[in-house]
Design a protein around this ligand. Structure first.
Ligand code: AMP
Length: 419
């Protein structure tokens, strides 16, 4: 499997150090595509939501192309003050080690500090359109050196009625510039804007990690805590389990699982925040390049985990926060591929599962396998649900440990006698 590394992207040493300080190990897919284009001076249209790493995708190449002390060179427009602040914070973090300065400018706060800031001269301004126009009209900003224009969350800016302000800003901008437009969706208005503002742009689409894609099959197993390693081992050796990302709730849990899997001859890499950056990079690298088929990680590590081709995500422990569930399982089934998310549910997880059902807006039905089930009998499912689940989802070769081999139908019969 081909993996792009930040080192391969022709970035300056300062930038690589700043990226490392942020704890970003590998570029996300949109970064891997947008950074080379941005560095080459090409316009970019990115269809990407927050969470895909889009800010780095436009800010890293912008930072490489500007010069400290040469006035305002990057203007990024954002719909909200929160986003403007976040993008400016990322710009500051990514410009670490240089004297490039970035500032957020947005409405709803007093003018004088902003006026003072604008006088100081920043290389990068991240602004909401309304307030920026005020400063522009009062001739407090000089756009003549701006070489890099970013429209972030363009769809939201148009929804919020910022089109006239955007047009005003564009009229005041130098024609010769590089433009990057990012939008979570591409309705006609944004599409037209993208075509008008960019020239020979590359169009890049990122799969948002925060949504549960249609291509992900979600399976829940009822399991006793002490049976989790056995169930995992039974599943993980099955055909198709080629690239497996396992989440544990704790670092200690990740280490224990590593020992279990290794004892059973399964090559595994582990990533959590107690590991040094070098170890984490090595672990992710071994997994991403297919040298090991299993990576065990904690939630802390999952943010930047944007590895292609993950066939299975295993929630070895149910995450306490339903958002973590959504993020975790979004690591598989990316870019239209199919994937499977398997979650182990113990008796003590029922509260967390309720929260998850609320977040997903649908009930989850668990598969009860006699060998692993926490109470040995199916209690919560209707017979039909359990049977349906077993027919389509039960691992084959069930019961191999006890020497018996049941078909899904036989097992359904066993679980639902007389059905
Ligand atoms: P964004 O989509 O730009 O809002 O980024 C979402 C989150 O992912 C932010 O917390 C970033 O700091 C983080 N992030 C961005 N790029 C990477 C990366 N390559 N590796 C790890 N985390 C990243």
């Amino acid at each position: 499997m081909e993996v792009t590394r930040f080192k391969q992207l022709n970035l300056s040493d300062d930038r690589l150090a700043a990226i490392e300080a942020l704890g970003w190990i590998l570029p996300t897919p949109i970064q891997a595509q947008a950074i080379p284009a941005g560095l080459a001076g090409t316009d970019v249209v990115g269809i990407a939501q927050t969470g895909t790493g889009k800010t780095g995708a436009f800010m890293i190449p912008a930072l490489e192309r500007i010069v400290a002390g040469a006035g305002l060179q990057v203007l990024a427009l954002c719909p909200t003050r929160e986003l403007a602040q976040q993008v400016a914070d990322d710009a500051v973090a990514l410009s670490r080690g240089t004297s490039i300065r970035a500032e957020a400018i947005f409405g709803g706060v007093p003018y004088p500090p902003q006026i003072k800031a604008l006088e100081e001269g920043f290389e990068i301004i991240v602004a909401t359109p309304g307030r920026f126009i005020d400063h522009m009209q009062s001739k407090r900003v000089d756009l003549s050196n701006v070489r890099y224009l970013v429209l972030d969350e363009a769809d939201r800016m148009l929804d919020m009625g910022f089109r006239p302000q955007i047009e005003d800003v564009l009229r005041g901008m130098p024609r010769k510039r590089q433009t990057m437009l990012f939008s979570a969706t591409m309705p006609n208005g944004v599409h037209d804007l993208a075509l008008r503002l960019t020239k020979d742009a590359v169009w890049i689409e990122a799969t948002p990690p925060g949504t549960t894609a249609d291509g992900i099959e979600e399976i829940f197993y009822s399991v006793k805590p002490e049976k989790k390693p056995d169930l995992l081992l039974e599943l993980i050796v099955k055909p198709g389990w080629d690239h497996v990302l396992i989440f544990t709730r704790t670092k200690a849990g990740a280490d224990v699982l590593e020992t279990h899997l290794q004892r059973d001859g399964i090559a595994v890499a582990v990533m959590h925040s107690n590991k040094q950056m070098k170890q984490r990079t090595a672990a992710l690298d071994r997994f991403a390049t297919g040298k090991v088929k299993v990576l065990v990680a904690t939630d802390v590590a999952q943010r930047g985990l944007d590895v292609e081709g993950i066939t299975h995500v295993v929630n070895y422990d149910v995450p306490l926060d339903p958002e973590d569930y959504v993020h975790r399982i979004g690591r598989t089934g990316r870019a239209g591929a199919t994937g499977t998310a398997v979650t182990f549910v113990t008796a003590s997880d029922l509260g967390a599962v309720k929260g998850l059902e609320h977040r997903l807006g649908r009930p989850v039905s668990k598969i009860h396998l006699p060998e692993y089930d926490y109470d040995g009998t199916p209690q919560t499912e209707s017979r039909a649900t359990a049977r349906r689940g077993l027919k389509s989802r039960a691992p084959q070769g069930l019961g191999s440990k006890s020497g018996a081999s049941l078909t899904p139908e036989e097992l359904a019969e066993l679980l639902n006698p007389g059905s």
